[in-house]
Ligand binder design. Sequence first.
Ligand SMILES: Nc1ncnc2c1ncn2[C@@H]1O[C@H](COP(=O)(O)OP(=O)(O)OP(=O)(O)O)[C@@H](O)[C@H]1O
Length: 315
Amino acid sequence: MKTTKAAAVSFTGAVKTFGEVRAVAGLDLEIAAGETVALLGRNGAGKSTSLSLLLGLDEPDEGHVELFGTAPQDAVRAGWVGAMLQEGRAVPRVTVAELVSFVAGRYPHPMDVREALRLAGIEELAGRRVDKLSGGQTQRVRFAVALAGSPALLVLDEPTAALDVEARHAFWASMRAYARRGHTVLFSTHYLEEADANADRIVVIDHGRVVADGSGDELRRAGGGSLVSFDLAGRGTAGLELLPGVTSVEVRGDRARLRTEDSDAAVLALAAQSLVRNLEVKTASLDDAFMALTAAPGASADLDELDDPDPLERV
Ligand SMILES: Nc1ncnc2c1ncn2[C@@H]1O[C@H](COP(=O)(O)OP(=O)(O)OP(=O)(O)O)[C@@H](O)[C@H]1O
């Protein structure tokens, strides 16, 4: 039964196992109605499986998943949910407008078809056959299909994966416009900057459970702290892990980098040991924080990768 108080999305101890693999391993997550939430995680972290549970495409082995206080299948059947998934075969021989109209017709309070095409940026494709489109065009048709029912909850699995830069900007502008109307949006992505710019909240999952949940700034603080780099000039690394606030020590060639929660105290301690050659202090990026939050215990990060991230910070 739908109540105004119920969360839009609620995972309680959800588990989904495939043979030996615990794809979702005790997921607890609540998303309030009206929130826009990004789901981040490395390849295989469990994002798509979590979205399948949420959409009622799969059942959890343990725990519960609810949408608006009811079972996912019931919420989907009631027309409260629209989804854009990574896969899905194109329907042959129908036009874009026919497909979007067909989907809209299955919802109780659909969006005007032209409005859905406009929001997805594909008005000019209305008369084109859906099985004759490019990858990016197909992706935007999927977005129009997800919007067609004017759903209270919009679920988007890697929505910008095949889009060029201009299409990405247009997509996020439309997504935000839709969210501003009071709808709940949950999207998964590998693009940290896109998550930071377009979500109220970022949920990081790793090995099938939530490892961080907050705004981009909160994640930077939780996972990153500050990075203090300097030349070792032949000196060893013994004792560096004991300096104030230091949570990790990485060494590449003759250069060391400390991740620390107290960069001022760490720098003073380094100065006392005359270890301030080519000293550099910077706040961790969201990319750094993400890698720290999802790194396997004992894994060492590649300094080149951290110092020269992809402009879009894809993870
Ligand atoms: N149907 C399935 N059968 C067997 N294993 C599966 C199945 N679906 C997912 N898995 C495994 O479960 C784990 C989680 O996969 P999932 O697709 O949910 O991750 P993801 O975070 O969406 O990854 P990506 O970013 O690569 O899309 C992986 O180890 C994957 O190989």
